[in-house]
Design a protein around this ligand. Structure first.
Ligand SMILES: Cc1cc2nc3c(=O)[nH]c(=O)nc-3n(C[C@H](O)[C@H](O)[C@H](O)COP(=O)(O)O)c2cc1C
Length: 179
């Protein structure tokens, strides 16, 4: 699939077939994730792939908005030992988010469906996921990609509104060009 087509086709999938996802497939998704850009090339990410049904059930139990029947997940984390220092430290969130988006787009390319479940900066979500996966303190879960073969296919789309597109500077509402 062509890249632009895949970007439009990436939609959140919340219903999955009862079909496992191979570890090798999850490994490939993590390779795609780690091909993302990263500030000062620190690559401050870690990936925890989950396929075990019991752990998936535990993840479902602790994700308030993640009760979906995905057979697998990749927890995308930031490693604070690799993150930049000072103000630039928070770039880890952007690095890990870019990695997460690569997973979601890679899933499309591999015929899989996915949905991003947020953890960081919701303290409770960070805590319960960290406890469940025994994460050391310097590993912070940014979010979880549920992965599986899709049982639904939301239509491709963009959500760009005309008022969100500006050329050469900010255009006040009502003066924008069509998106
Ligand atoms: C940071 C972040 C956190 C999200 N958390 C959840 C979540 O907890 N549960 C969920 O079902 N979807 C979650 N989503 C998916 C959004 O609901 C979804 O991307 C949005 O509704 C747009 O739909 P689309 O992904 O089909 O384009 C999250 C997305 C992002 C970027």
């Amino acid at each position: 699939m062509e890249v632009c087509e895949a970007i439009y086709a990436r939609r959140s999938v919340r219903k999955f077939l009862d079909r496992p996802v191979e570890r090798e497939t999850l490994r490939e998704l993590c390779r795609l994730a780690a091909a993302a850009p990263s500030a000062v090339n620190r690559c401050p990410w870690e990936f925890i792939a989950v396929t075990d049904g019991v752990v998936m059930d535990q993840l479902r139990a602790c994700m308030n908005y993640g009760k979906y029947n995905a057979p697998a997940a990749i927890v995308v984390c930031g490693n604070m030992h690799r993150a930049l220092e000072g103000t630039a430290r928070m770039y880890w969130v952007q690095d890990a988010s870019a990695a997460m988006e690569n997973i979601l787009l890679g899933a499309i390319g591999l015929g899989l469906g996915s949905v991003w479940l947020g953890c960081y900066p919701m303290e409770h979500q960070v805590q319960v996921v960290s406890d469940l996966l025994s994460l050391p303190e310097h590993i912070i879960p940014l979010g979880i990609a549920y992965i599986g073969y899709p049982a639904e296919q939301p239509a491709p789309r963009t959500q760009l509104e005309a008022c969100q597109l500006h050329f050469e500077g900010y255009t006040p509402a009502g003066q924008e060009e069509p998106a």
